[in-house]
Design a protein around this ligand. Structure first.
Ligand code: SAH
Length: 347
């Protein structure tokens, strides 16, 4: 049987484990504090725990820490891309971005992905496995330890489909935003989905107070099916029903991500169709010129087409931003760093 990972336990679960060891309850609070506030790298560091207890914990339990394999730093804006190794040897990517309002970290939720979006590098090798809550938390803790600076915003927009790893994602958010732990504001956490409509509704029911985002990328089913296999499972109409449900339940504004791909979804006609689709909804469209992936031949739209697309949406009364490009000198698209690393290690 797999050993229990201490870092993957909620406070309540930890209290039970500590009681099972015949220890007093306050030891659980101390342990939790070391793991999630002090971000200790090992049980050995927890100096206010008796040595015998530290020894037992180290011997009987796992303790997730990530190993930094690669760190790329942008000379333009200080964006950092990390490749971390997990205990089982798999590697994942995380990105740290500096904004005027604070530091934002983009984390992965799975090793690989099975959603199959045709423009995305994360999905090329399929899904390897889900990340645990501890492995998601540890991406943030590792970056804080490495840079010595606290993170204020977390976006679950790295590799993987977060709602395909639903239970671990929810546990991660609850631990990340708990007062006993890292205590990040729920308003500063964003989760992006490719559009698993049923799971989006389930997330709405939990009313976690986070910011939801949906990767739309096309204004109609025919076009979306070419880009995103998930749209064979859920039509845009079904997805929009889930989006409206989310808003009704939580009052949180939806962000729609829309990656612009030259001559595919970047035409004025597409902008018109998108505006009609989103009309009357409290939402924001985030336009992202596609990041070309070497395995695919998608191209970025010409600059003026991005502006035209934006203006057409604005004219129709839709809130729209163009994603600011961060770290363009280290700008391998999501999942490419890991992919190149794995290809090289395989030789
Ligand atoms: N699975 C989730 C979150 C991960 S991807 C989702 O689909 O939303 C984060 C965002 O980056 C998504 O909007 C995704 O569609 C987009 N993306 C992936 N590859 C891209 C690329 N090569 N260029 C531009 N955007 C990309």
């Amino acid at each position: 049987m797999d050993r229990i990972d201490l870092k993957n336990l909620t406070m309540q679960e930890l209290v039970e484990v500590v009681a099972g060891l015949g220890e007093k309850k306050f030891r659980a609070a101390q342990l939790y504090d070391w793991m999630h506030k002090k971000e200790a790298c090992s049980v050995a560091e927890m100096t206010n725990l008796p040595e015998a207890l530290r020894k037992r914990l180290s011997e009987q339990f796992d303790y997730t820490v990530l190993t930094k394999v690669v760190e790329l730093v942008s000379k333009i804006d200080g964006t950092r891309k990390y490749l971390f190794r997990l205990a089982d040897g798999n590697v994942i990517e995380s990105v740290r971005m500096e904004y005027h309002h604070g530091v934002s970290v983009c984390i992965s939720s799975q090793v690989g992905c099975r959603m199959g979006c045709t423009f995305c590098a994360s999905t090329l090798g399929g899904l390897v496995r889900n990340l645990s809550a501890a492995e998601m938390l540890e991406q943030i803790y590792s970056i804080e330890r490495l840079t010595g600076e606290k993170v204020s915003n977390v976006v679950v927009m790295g590799s993987g489909e977060p709602l395909d790893n639903f239970d671990n994602l929810v546990k991660f958010i609850q631990m990340l935003c708990s007062e006993d732990g890292r205590n990040i504001s729920r308003r500063n956490v964003t989760v992006s989905t490719c559009g698993l409509a049923d799971r989006l509704k389930a997330l709405a029911d939990l009313d976690l107070g986070i910011n939801p985002a949906v990767s739309l990328h096309a204004p109609n089913d025919a076009m979306r099916r070419k880009l995103m296999p998930v749209s064979n499972r859920y039509s845009i109409a079904e997805l929009m029903e889930a989006v409206d449900y989310y808003f009704d339940k939580t009052g949180r504004r939806m962000t729609f991500e829309y990656s612009l791909i030259r001559d595919q979804n970047d035409t004025p006609a597409c902008a018109g169709e998108l505006a009609a689709l989103l009309k009357g909804r409290n939402c924001l469209v985030n336009l992202i010129p596609v990041n070309p992936v070497s395995e695919r031949n998608y191209e970025r739209p010409a600059g003026p087409n991005v502006q035209t697309f934006q203006k057409l949406l604005e004219k129709a009364g839709i809130n729209v931003t163009i994603r600011r490009e961060m770290g363009s000198d280290i700008n391998a698209a999501c999942g490419q760093l890991r992919r190149h690393y794995e290809e090289e290690s395989r030789g």
